[in-house]
Design a protein around this ligand. Structure first.
Ligand SMILES: C[S@@+](CC[C@H](N)C(=O)[O-])C[C@H]1O[C@@H](n2cnc3c(N)ncnc32)[C@H](O)[C@@H]1O
Length: 230
């Protein structure tokens, strides 16, 4: 007989099949019970601060939940050894944990939640001390930043930064020549909708899917915005 967790697992695996079917066929989004609407969803800093303070995102630092981040770090390191990397929505530093063994030249992580930044600063104090990494609190949708990054990473965060055209217009000019965006997204209605709007505006370099054993999957990609109006 199926246990409740077995039924949940079967449901999540069925959902994964549907999500994969929808990935490059936005017209099938209704299969996920999605009636359309906006793809982005902004939330105020206090919302994220509460989630980080109450430990909601602590599990994202677990080894077993970082395969997608390790893959993205390897994609970036292979294309751009010794990369200068900016990450928006870095949380407690889960992507940096994957990237650091590849020896980036410089890493700068920004998150809207000061509690997440404080955790990252504690975890990676030695790298900060050596000038390899820098973590700061800020709203990625409003930051004034100088450019020249080989990679700008959004690990499960791009949908929170406002309309996608504004994200491309804000961060595209910060890429070095031949620099790339590196993105992971959990396959769920919002990110899938966002992908439908985003894909035509990109020159994709790498694209992969990382399945989670409990059901569901992350999409992992690198690419550059196409030139011209986004
Ligand atoms: C789903 S979590 C992912 C965290 C991290 N990238 C990881 O993989 O562990 C989304 C993150 O985006 C951050 N975030 C949301 N809106 C943001 C914004 N406007 N600017 C910067 N960070 C933001 C949140 O505080 C949160 O840490």
């Amino acid at each position: 007989m199926q246990t409740p967790s077995g039924i949940l697992m079967a449901y999540l695996r069925l959902r994964r099949i549907l999500e994969l079917a929808v990935l490059d066929r936005p017209g099938l989004q209704w299969l996920l019970g999605d009636r359309g609407g906006r793809s982005e969803r902004r939330a105020p800093a206090e919302h994220w601060e509460t989630l980080h303070r109450t430990g909601t995102y602590d599990a994202l630092m677990d080894e077993g939940r970082r395969d997608h981040l390790r893959l993205l770090a390897a994609m970036i390191a292979e294309r751009r050894p010794g990369a200068r990397v900016l990450e928006i929505g870095c949380g407690q530093g889960a992507f940096y944990a994957a990237l650091r063994s590849h020896g980036p030249a410089a890493y700068r992580g920004v998150d809207i939640a000061p509690a997440a930044i404080a955790r990252a600063q504690e975890t990676f104090a030695a790298d900060i001390e050596r000038g390899l990494a820098h973590f700061e609190a800020g709203d990625g949708a409003e930051l004034g930043l100088e450019g020249g990054f080989d990679a700008i990473v959004f690990a499960d965060s791009i949908e929170y930064l406002g309309p996608i055209d504004e994200v491309l217009a804000r961060f595209g000019p910060l890429l070095a020549p031949d620099g790339v965006f590196g993105v992971t997204q959990w396959l769920a209605p919002h990110p899938l909708r966002l992908w439908g709007a985003l894909k035509p505006k990109l020159h994709l370099r790498d694209e992969a899917l990382v399945s989670a054993p409990w059901g569901g999957a992350w999409q992992v990609w690198t690419g550059r915005p196409r030139p011209g109006p986004s």
